[in-house]
Design a protein around this ligand. Structure first.
Ligand code: SAM
Ligand code: DTB
Ligand code: SF4
Length: 316
């Protein structure tokens, strides 16, 4: 268990000392200069009744994203094949909604076994799960379930009021109980303070089992959402959070998820130094454009970072 005070003491050291420490932790536990790339596909988009203030897919925001579902498994598998060709080792499917729609869930299960046969890892995010669903996902071979806590317990109800943080933690624990790896994290830049950011990372660190994968999103300010005009997070604070995640959860993979499209190469390089070692590739996230593939390739080449070819294995 780590206390907020202890985590804050780590966070508050001079910036260069913090990232130096994080980099040492990173290279002690992970292969240096390697980045794992995943591709996302939204298999159910829009029409969500929840009120997440950041989300394009909530009907409570003025975003007017048309409701769309992919029911054809072959279409999903073709997207996964394409992702593999472009250098991804994991394919992630996302669905709008508080909990899985039974039909979409069935399609996802079928797709998971087929995508695994391509030699790709699989990841799914569809909201709150019950035990039966967790068992079904394990049976079809799902590698990762993504379910974010989004922010600190204190800031949570400024962003979401229709489902609780406790509900999310229950799903995370259920997924871990059924031996599916958890990918979890949150969004930085929603108007929360550094203390909130530290509290979110403390919450993740103090889970009974450390999450295999930490997803750090920088808010994508989507026109029509309630967070559209939120002031930008200080880029150095963003890096500080990556560094703290790396130090607190040495074995976990830390992904810079949403928000890279508007990050400079230099900021991303600092994130990699501070312990981030995974990104999303591909043209699109769920509803928004991802960082440009050509500039990603150029960035990795300029930094002499190579794409990981197999599953990530942390050093003991
Ligand atoms: N509907 C499911 C749920 O809410 O659990 C799964 C999909 S949901 C879009 C997955 C996560 O994406 C959210 O929990 C949030 O952390 C992240 N996300 C959504 N919109 C975002 C945005 N505009 N900027 C950054 N991250 C975002
Ligand atoms: C996560 O933490 N980030 C991804 C994934 N999990 C599903 C989603 C990012 C969504 C960004 C906004 C959009 O494209 O709508
Ligand atoms: Fe719905 Fe998930 Fe978006 Fe929240 S984050 S509005 S639950 S799709």
């Amino acid at each position: 268990m780590i206390s907020f005070a202890a985590a804050k003491a780590v966070f508050d050291v001079p910036f260069l000392d913090l990232i130096h420490r994080a980099h040492s932790v990173h290279t002690a536990h992970h292969e240096a200069n390697v980045v794992q790339v995943s591709t996302l596909l939204s298999i159910q988009t829009g029409g969500c009744c929840e009120d997440c203030a950041y989300c394009a897919q909530s009907i409570r925001n003025q975003t007017k994203i048309p409701k769309q579902v992919i029911t054809d498994v072959a279409t999903i598998v073709a997207a996964a094949e394409q992702a593999k060709k472009l250098g991804s080792t994991r394919f992630c499917m996302g669905a709008a909604g508080r909990r899985p729609d039974p039909q979409v869930f069935k399609v996802a299960c079928e797709a998971i076994s087929k995508i695994k046969n391509l030699g790709l890892e699989t990841c799914l995010t569809m909201g709150t799960l019950d035990e039966e669903q967790a068992i079904a996902l394990k049976q079809c071979g799902l590698d990762y379930y993504n379910h974010n806590v989004d922010t600190s317990p204190e800031y949570y109800d400024k962003v979401i009021t229709t489902r609780t943080l406790e509900e999310r933690i229950r799903t995370i624990k259920l997924v871990q109980k059924h031996k599916i790896k958890v990918c979890t994290g949150g969004i930085l830049g929603m108007g929360e303070t550094n203390d909130d950011r530290i509290k979110m990372l403390v919450l993740l660190t103090n889970l009974e089992e450390a999450p295999a994968s930490i997803s750090i999103n920088r808010l994508v300010k989507i026109p029509g959402t309630r967070l559209e005009t939120t002031p930008e997070i200080d880029p150095f604070d963003f890096v500080r959070c990556i560094a703290l995640a790396r130090i607190l959860m040495p074995q976990s993979v830390v992904r810079i998820s949403a928000g890279r499209e508007t990050m400079s190469d230099e900021l991303q390089a600092l994130c990699f130094f501070a312990g981030a070692s995974a990104i999303f590739g591909g043209a699109k996230l769920l509803t928004t454009p991802n960082a440009n593939a050509a500039s990603d390739s150029q960035l990795l080449e300029r930094l002499n970072i190579r794409r990981q070819t197999g599953a990530a294995i942390a050093k003991e």
